[in-house]
Design a protein around this ligand. Structure first.
Ligand SMILES: [Zn+2]
Length: 389
């Protein structure tokens, strides 16, 4: 069967690359609704051709999200996830056009994640071509806003993931070919200091120095790095004050906090709250507001089982595939955090995401898409992994 899948996919390699070229050359940054919808319409047509029922969930300002469904004759329920948007501003494709150099296909959104979207379609097409229908349902969510934390699609992803045997996220495999079995959890905070303004030369004692307090907070927060293995804290943006001759009344910072497990995240967040309750500069007020968060995707027993299945399929293809942990977040955090067996990095091999040199390796398209098809088949034939929720 795996040989048959591979042959199907080998025959479609050039078509895959043509479609990748086309999709890469569409400006579709998250805030470009028209661009994201152009990609969505293309994918909707493609999915319909592949026999899916496709539902469009319209959005006023962000792109529309799609959910495709295929129904078969078996028991297993799988969910695939990929996103339509990129991080690039309008006009980027003109200055950074898709190009092929040897094995490297460089272009906006190639690794992150048009190649993954196409891998999902081609894997399902290959399974259909070989007559495989031993699943109850395969659903495929193509959301429009992953790059800003999936505000419009997170609820849908969480609902659709419930009770699935597996969630397969189609971000590209890492540069060394590894799939992703765990991702850190993340919380973003806005830290604001309220002080009091005063003339810096005439009566500085009447002021309450917001920037000085923020400086103390920054040092305390940065010191939390490594308070538990895998915990990172980064004060990445600061702002404050008005003029050099004014004691600043206001200052603020943006903080990124990550941890490998729920306990670590809770611990570092508690430390953050303790820090802001103890200002060093008297009579300043420090407030902490969480602007977004993602739970950690931990390597649960269900996910470990998916890793083993994936490695077994890889072996049958003559590939060695390892799994890796990463500090970056994706929609896999949403489904992993609620305990549904989740595996990520199942697209072709690529890297340098979010940079002008983003790429995928052409030679990885057929093997990785075959691996994905084989994994879907393996899970479908051996469900019994369903999370009890
Ligand atoms: Zn990305």
């Amino acid at each position: 069967m795996i040989k048959l899948l591979r042959e199907c996919l080998e025959a479609k390699h050039d078509q895959f690359v043509n479609e990748l070229t086309h999709l890469s050359m569409i400006d579709c940054g998250t805030d470009n609704k028209a661009g994201v919808d152009t990609v969505g319409e293309y994918m909707q047509a493609k999915l319909t051709t592949l026999g899916a029922t496709v539902e469009k969930l319209p959005h006023d300002t962000l792109g529309d999200t799609l959910i495709a469904r295929w129904h078969g004759t078996g028991r297993a329920r799988l969910l695939l996830i990929g996103h339509l948007d990129t991080v690039y501003p309008d006009g980027w494709v003109e200055t950074h056009p898709f190009e092929i150099e040897g094995d490297v296909a460089r272009g906006p959104g190639t690794a992150d994640m048009k190649a993954g979207l196409l891998a999902g379609c081609y894997a399902i097409e290959a399974l259909r071509d070989t007559g495989f229908s031993n699943y109850a349902e395969i659903a495929f969510i193509l959301n429009s806003d992953e790059e800003i934390g999936s505000p419009s699609s997170e609820g849908l992803i969480e609902r659709e993931a419930q009770g699935r045997d597996a969630v397969l996220v189609l971000e590209c495999a890492r540069e060394n070919g590894a799939i992703v079995s765990s991702r850190k959890g993340l919380a973003h905070y806005h830290l604001a200091v309220q002080g009091r303004a005063a003339h810096a030369g005439v009566e500085p004692e009447r002021g309450r120095h917001a920037i000085l307090e923020l400086a103390h907070q920054i040092i305390a927060l940065q010191a939390l790095n490594g308070c538990r293995p895998g915990v990172t804290v980064n004060v990445g943006v600061i702002n404050g004050g008005t003029k050099s001759n004014v004691i600043p009344a206001e200052a603020w910072a943006e903080v990124d906090v990550r941890a490998a497990d729920r306990g670590g995240l809770d611990e570092v967040v508690a430390a953050l709250h303790r820090s802001v309750q103890q200002p060093t500069v008297p009579e300043t007020i420090v407030t902490l507001t969480c602007s977004s968060s993602r739970g950690p995707m931990e390597k649960s027993p269900g996910t470990a089982r998916l890793v083993s299945m994936c490695r077994a399929v890889a072996t049958s293809l003559g590939l060695t595939v390892n799994d890796a942990a990463t500090g970056g977040v994706s929609d896999a955090n949403v489904t992993g955090a609620i305990g549904v067996p989740t595996l990520d990095g199942l697209g072709p091999v690529g890297g340098l995401d979010h940079s002008p040199r983003e790429y995928v390796l052409l030679s990885s398209i057929v093997p990785r898409t075959t691996l994905l098809a084989g994994l879907i088949q393996a899970v479908a034939e051996n469900p019994g992994n369903r999370s009890e929720k």
